[in-house]
Design a binder for this molecule. Structure first.
Ligand code: ADP
Ligand code: TPW
Ligand code: MG
Length: 581
């Protein structure tokens, strides 16, 4: 059903007026026509009624406490569904709050559309000081893939269509759509309005790779003695799960998953080299990148994570041609969508494909088993307070028993150690801080993961990380979402043991010691748990996840256990000035 509004009431004496529609209803109709059923946002002038009307028209409108979290929800909804997630905000400050999420979505190649109300062009452009005045379009432009403004109700259909296509096609990303307040109230004939809407046909068309590119890639792969596949979150996004599994298994090439590609094949797969990552990167001679960029997370494809310069050849599958050679030479660029490219490689391998030399497979298997064995006793520790490893050992078992649950993860030690310790078994079940290592995605991702998939969500949060979006526990309670948050409470950022050398203030990295985050959840009617041992943690999380109700487990972690910046301490600049002894 469309949302035609009878704006003008007819009376018996007056000739019947034509049916009318307005900007509000056209925005809703345009979204619904394109299969978009959910909006994440924060209400206020001029979009309060848009949210109300969208709800009345049957859309799901999830209201947050802060736009950044609504934006993060929209972004991860985009990642999970391949449809742009919608974030709706008010003008200037609400827009700016949402902008961080839009920029982060663009950086991570997640399709989303930030729709912000704005104040009147006439006043903004003359800088006459309107309510929440800001040139939002100009500010958004450098931070997203595309930015559009609609001034006439008759253009809403095409504006929404452009935004959807820009977000989803090619490399996905964030799009900004500026809707000035006056637009919402503009009235037009309902039939003309209906005609003006555009249903985007095939928003992300298949982009088939050139046959020469596939032949070149296969030649390079065939020449490899120690080949490796790196799966990135682009591969997870592409939803080409069966083809990717077939490529790995047919080729017999070991693979390393990037963080959000974990579970594309189960981490326990015999060809997974995740637990032998360092050896796999360093010793491989040919690397096939599938939806993974050679950015800082892969040491830019050079340096000490990799073999001698020139000893590793890269083949790269990516939909974005300009990604090729961005850091090092790509000897076989394969430009196209992952589903098509992977299928073309598989077809080209045919029956006569030679599996990689067995000594390479054995090397990685031995390394992987050694690393797993080395880790095992740490995961069993019963020390109190808990170490990160012991607490994560407990959660690892829970995730193994609940493979369809979605894991949201942020923090420093809490992130890096969870990524290594918690095995994933299904695609798109691990959502985390992504390309920027951004703190604050936790609750927004959790809300959207629950709303979009209906699956239970387990959030594993550093106490600092949680604080960035913690107020959204109210949102989680309000919508009664099946989200269990575990706060790894080590009293601070990285550690809880630092002190101010002058003795005046708390150190910059510490929080109120022994805080009870569980009580935040109780404040809004959810269930709080306070746990100090792995057994208590296991019991609490199982109880919470069985109940399907919002819960927060305050897990006490040894404040001395963490390391500075988790695994990336080496990125910290060091002062050139020697400390006086
Ligand atoms: P990770 O952080 O997991 O290494 P990145 O975000 O760096 O992953 O890389 C994801 C890459 O995937 C981007 O370069 C993006 O262009 C690409 N990508 C996203 N979707 C597709 C797709 N459907 N087909 C091909 N490439 C894609
Ligand atoms: C938006 C810098 C990286 S990790 C982190 C901060 C503040 C928090 C680490 O403490 P936490 O984890 O979560 O308690 P743990 O287990 O090590 O104690 N602002 C933004 N993003 C980032 N990445 C930072 C600051 C940072
Ligand atoms: Mg901490």
């Amino acid at each position: 059903m469309t949302a035609l509004a009878k704006i003008v009431h007819t009376t018996p004496e007056v000739e019947a007026e034509p049916d009318l529609t307005d900007g509000f209803h056209l925005v809703i109709d345009a979204l619904k026509l394109n299969g978009i059923e959910t909006i994440y946002g924060v209400p206020g002038i001029p979009i309060t009624d848009l949210g109300r009307m969208a709800q009345a028209e049957g859309m799901r409108v999830i209201s947050f406490r802060h736009e950044q979290h609504a934006g993060n929800a929209a972004a991860i909804a985009g990642f999970l569904t391949q449809k742009p997630g919608i974030c709706l905000t008010v003008s200037a400050p609400g827009f700016l709050n949402g902008l961080t999420a839009l920029a982060n979505a663009t950086t991570n190649c997640f399709p989303m559309i930030l729709i912000s109300g704005s104040s009147e062009r006439e006043i903004v452009d003359l800088q006459q000081g309107d309510y929440e005045e800001m040139d939002q379009l100009a500010i958004a432009k450098p931070l997203c893939k595309a930015a559009f403004r609609v001034l006439h109700a008759a253009d809403i259909g095409i504006g929404v269509a452009r935004a959807i296509r820009a977000a989803c096609s090619g490399r996905p990303g964030g799009v900004y759509l500026d809707l000035p307040a006056k637009l919402f109230a503009q009235v037009m004939d309902a039939e003309a309005g209906r005609q003006s809407l555009v249903k985007v046909i095939d928003p992300a068309p298949a982009q088939r790779p050139a046959p020469e590119a596939i032949a070149r890639a296969l030649d390079v792969l065939k020449s490899a003695k120690r080949p490796l596949i790196v799966l990135g979150k682009g591969a997870a996004y592409a939803q080409a799960d069966e083809a990717i599994r077939a490529l790995v298994e047919t080729s017999g090439i070991p693979y390393v998953p990037m963080s959000m590609a974990k579970g594309l094949l189960p981490d326990t797969h015999p060809l997974s080299a995740g637990a032998a990552r360092s050896t796999a990167l360093k010793d491989s001679d040919v690397v096939l990148l599938i939806g993974a960029r050679l950015n800082w997370l892969l040491s830019h494809g050079k340096g000490k994570s990799w073999g001698e310069p020139g000893s590793t050849k890269f083949i790269q599958i990516d939909i974005e041609p300009r990604e090729m050679d961005s850091n090092v030479e790509i000897v076989a660029p394969v430009v196209g969508d992952i589903a098509s490219c992977v299928q073309a490689l598989l077809d080209g391998m045919g029956k006569g494909w030679q599996q990689p030399p067995s000594d390479w497979i054995e090397t990685l298997k031995t390394k992987r088993e050694a690393n797993i064995a080395k880790m095992a006793p740490k995961l069993m520790s019963n020390a109190s307070p808990m170490t990160f490893h012991a607490a994560l050992g407990a959660l690892r078992t829970i995730v193994k028993e609940r493979p369809d649950a979605i894991l949201v993860n942020e923090g420093a030690n809490t992130l890096d150690l969870a990524r290594g310790i918690i095995d994933m078994y299904q695609p798109r079940k691990r959502l985390d801080v992504g390309t920027w290592g951004i703190m604050g995605i936790g609750m927004g991702f959790a809300v959207a993961a629950a709303v979009e998939t209906g699956k239970p969500v387990l959030c594993v949060e550093g106490d600092s990380a949680f604080g960035f979006s913690g107020m959204e526990v109210e949102t989680i309670c309000r919508y009664g979402l099946p989200v269990c948050i575990v706060v790894f409470n080590n009293n601070g950022i990285y550690r809880g043991t630092d002190t101010d050398p002058t003795g005046r203030d708390p150190a910059t990295t510490v929080f109120v010691p022994d805080s009870r985050y569980d009580r935040m959840m109780e404040a809004f009617g959810g269930v709080g748990y306070h746990v100090t041992t792995p057994d208590e943690l296991t019991r609490a999380v199982n109880e919470a996840m069985n109940s399907g109700r919002p819960a927060l487990v305050n897990a006490v972690i040894d404040p001395a256990a963490g390391s500075e910046s988790g695994n990336i301490g080496s990125l910290n600049p060091q002062s050139g000035i020697k400390k006086k002894k």
